[in-house]
Design a protein around this ligand. Structure first.
Ligand code: URA
Length: 180
């Protein structure tokens, strides 16, 4: 079923990002039976080149965050709200989010994870339809399409603000509790 969604996206030309320098669609990666799913914003440079989400510096930190709750990357599923790299990693624009987010919703509906972690403002806002800042949303548990959703800070934000790792650790302990 995930393969069907991937095939549907294929060489997607639905939004303007396909004309703005993307190398490829970055669909998602990991275990299709995952009980834990991470949702980021959009592919960056490394992800665009390799076709895999979260493999650059932020991705390496995400891998450590996953390992901190005694899981491996292969155990979880990782995707983004936007499947193509915005030029110079600018923020996704509303029309791009609106065009692309149905594919994320399909991924969630196929995987049916127990817990979804929304990484950063864009993922939290797209999923929760909320305009609150991530600092207000994080650390709380939301019911979302049959899953529990926990927003937390984006690993790229943690690279710039290492002191916020403490809050992410609290959020991940909550994730672990919900999974057990
Ligand atoms: N940042 C994201 O939000 N997603 C990625 O895949 C990489 C970096």
């Amino acid at each position: 079923a995930l393969l069907a969604v991937r095939t549907e996206i294929g060489d997607c030309t639905r939004c303007k990002l396909h004309t703005l320098g993307r190398t490829q669609v970055v669909f998602g990666a990991g275990n299709p039976n995952a009980r834990l799913m991470f949702v980021g914003e959009a592919p960056g440079r490394d992800e665009d080149l390799q076709g895999v989400p979260f493999i650059g510096r932020a991705g390496q930190l995400l891998t450590k965050i996953i390992e901190a709750i005694e899981l491996k990357r292969e155990d979880v599923y990782i995707a983004n709200v936007i499947k193509c790299r915005p030029p110079e990693n600018r923020n996704p624009e509303p029309d791009e989010v609106a065009t692309c987010e149905p594919f994320l919703f399909q991924q969630i509906d196929v995987i049916k994870p127990t817990v979804i972690v929304a990484l950063g403002t864009f993922a939290a806002r797209a999923l929760l339809r909320s305009l609150e800042p991530i600092s207000k949303l994080r650390g709380r548990v939301f019911d979302y399409r049959g899953s529990k959703l926990i927003p937390t800070f984006h690993p790229a934000y943690l690279l710039r603000n290492p002191s916020s790792k403490r809050e992410v650790w609290e959020d991940m302990k909550l994730v672990k509790t919900l999974l057990n």
